[in-house]
Design a protein around this ligand. Structure first.
Ligand SMILES: [Zn+2]
Length: 348
């Protein structure tokens, strides 16, 4: 990759304006911040979180996924006070701005933070307050997707959906569903998603990452997904790809995460080209940069180096991310104009 960049004069992908639509809360943390917080609270971190290198994970088997979740849980246990939450969001916003993000939709399951932050409602309020502050400090537009956990009871998801709807005017724009797709069925969560949609929230569940195309179909049929977290395994089913394309359902594709978790063996195998050629809109995302080591601009670098996306195609990817966002119309228009300006500017 480095050699390619030295040989070719290329536009800076950090300057390419884009929207970031797939980023998890704890997973957005800077590694150095995790070390700080672990020190502050006397939390012993496993070497996988201190080595400075992304851990090797193979989430395609249940043990590997469990190991990933365990690392995530340990990192989350270091977020204990409103100040920690504020620091996390502020730094995530700073990193995003540095990578050319103009709009961030971060997803969080407030349930996981509730025990240390005084309950579910206080936890969500602390998170939304931190988002407001970070947005003011950095100038980055930030909104929140409340994500239910697939490993928990569907009734918990309904409670969360109601809560998410109550905070729709405070910055919650969508409802998600995360964790191991191989557990349970999407339709167990259909009521929760109906509550969210009726409340005006975007339906954006995870699907088609650890499980195949059927899990993406379930997200469409049972949860009326307008966006899919990952969705990459839809590449195995041309009919499904056509359906995603014709409905304009955007897949939040996270190439660095896919390889780190063993969904694909190498970058070249992530089906970015297949999606692009099929006309399925994508929003490239970092997923959990704390664990996978790559932030937003790096995903676009992967598209350039591993999949030979031209600058015009990379600009189109950025436009797709913006169009799939919940950013207000005037923000979208401004960012899209800046994407055009990025592409029109001469290569330095
Ligand atoms: Zn995710």
């Amino acid at each position: 990759m480095r050699q390619y960049l030295r040989m070719e004069r290329v536009r800076d992908l950090r300057q390419l304006p884009k929207a970031h639509l797939h980023l998890h809360f704890t997973g957005s943390m800077r590694p150095a911040t995790l070390l700080d917080l672990a020190d502050k609270y006397g939390v012993h971190l496993p070497e996988a979180l201190t080595s400075g290198k992304p851990p090797r994970l193979s989430a395609t088997d249940e043990r590997g996924w469990f190991r990933f979740q365990r690392l995530y849980d340990i990192a989350r246990s270091c977020l204990r006070s409103p100040e920690d939450i504020q620091r996390l969001v502020r730094e995530a916003a700073q990193e995003d701005v540095r990578d050319g993000s103009r709009w961030l939709e971060i997803q969080v399951d407030p349930t996981s933070y509730a025990p240390r932050l005084g309950g579910l409602i206080p936890a969500l309020e602390i998170i939304l307050d931190a988002v407001d502050r970070a947005s003011r400090d950095t100038g980055l537009g930030i909104r929140v997707l409340v994500a239910a956990n697939r490993m928990k009871h569907p009734l918990d998801a309904r409670t969360l959906a109601r809560l998410a709807v109550r905070y729709a005017d405070r910055g919650v724009v969508g409802f998600g569903l995360s964790n191991d797709e191989r557990r349970g069925l999407a339709r167990d969560f259909d009521r929760a998603f109906a509550i969210a949609r009726d409340g005006g929230l975007l339906s954006a569940p995870h699907g088609g990452e650890l499980s195949g195309p059927a899990s993406v179909r379930d997200c469409l049929d049972d949860l009326h997904a307008a966006r899919i977290g990952h969705g990459v395994r839809a590449a195995e089913d041309p009919v499904l790809l056509r359906r995603l394309a014709s409905r304009g359902v955007t897949c939040e594709v996270c190439p660095a995460s896919n390889v780190a978790l063993g969904v694909y063996g190498k970058q070249e195998d992530v089906p970015l080209r297949t999606f692009y050629e099929a006309g399925v809109p994508m929003a490239l995302g970092a997923d959990d940069p704390l664990l996978f080591g790559a932030r937003l601009a790096a995903q676009y670098e992967i598209a350039r180096t591993a999949h030979a996306f031209t600058d015009a195609e990379l600009a189109e990817l950025a436009r797709q991310s913006v169009r799939a966002s919940r950013a207000p119309e005037e923000v979208r228009r401004a960012v899209l104009a800046d994407v055009d300006a990025w592409l029109a500017a001469p290569v330095p």
